[in-house]
Design a protein around this ligand. Structure first.
Ligand code: URA
Length: 234
């Protein structure tokens, strides 16, 4: 098995992070630094990351959290703000977030120690719709909704097809459900800004078929077996 996959499967890091650790010389095979991400781990090899033995695979955990507003999607924060790790602190495994949500975005975020799955789901080629409920300023006309569906320029990048459903609205704001496959930085906010309806509130309500439902902000639930299988197959 390739060394990056081997490290990811142990639950120690995502595959991307494992590549970084290898290139930076943090990984040793049988006591010698190994900087070749293509190295194939042989039976009997002793692999260490920063001196820690990469052992047998940990129990894999898959949870969905509802990220509250004012929480960062990282393992630690220089500014000491709350992080998504705080939500899962009673789980006895080192989980990491699959992708990101902005500080001011709430809603569905997957967390796992399955580095392989995290790698696949966050790869730019991976196509899974993520659905957001946005409250935007002003009236979102049908014409603007059509533009969002077709693709808009968000600063040198034209977004691909989106699903857009206007839920309700008045003169001051509109509630919209939007589903996109890409995950550029602040993409939904930039898309609505591009058509002249800046986002006031943003919540991710689903990742593919995995729905947030009634999960309260700051809480988590374990994925069902069906949900895990769904993610493995999509
Ligand atoms: N798009 C955004 O603008 N923000 C998020 O947090 C997620 C998607």
């Amino acid at each position: 098995m390739r060394i990056n996959k081997y490290i990811a499967q142990s639950g120690m890091a995502s595959r991307r992070k494992a590549d970084e650790l290898i290139i930076n010389g943090n990984v040793k095979i049988n006591g010698a630094v190994m900087k070749e991400p293509g190295y194939d781990v042989q039976e009997g090899d002793q692999v260490t990351v920063n001196g820690r033995l990469v052992g047998a695979a940990q129990r894999l955990e898959y949870v969905l959290i509802n990220k509250p507003i004012g929480m960062v999607t990282t393992a630690s924060d220089d500014l000491n703000r709350p992080t998504v790790m705080d939500v899962v602190k009673d789980i006895d495994a080192r989980l990491f977030p699959v992708g990101r949500l902005d500080y001011n975005t709430t809603g569905a975020l997957l967390m796992t120690n399955d580095g392989e799955m995290a790698f696949r789901l966050t790869h730019p080629k991976h196509e899974i719709y993520k659905t957001y409920r946005a409250v935007v300023s002003g009236i979102l006309s049908n014409e603007r909704a059509a533009k969002l569906r077709k693709g808009v320029d968000i600063g040198g990048f034209i977004t691909s097809e989106a699903k857009v459903k206007i839920i309700k609205g008045n003169r001051s704001s509109t509630v919209v459900e939007i589903s996109i496959k890409e995950g550029k930085n602040r993409q939904v906010r930039k898309m609505f800004a591009a058509v002249g309806n800046p986002v006031q509130e943003l919540e991710r309500v689903a990742i593919g078929e995995i729905r947030l439902g009634h999960l309260k902000p700051g809480y988590y639930r374990k994925l069902t077996r069906e949900e895990i299988l769904y993610l493995k197959n999509c």
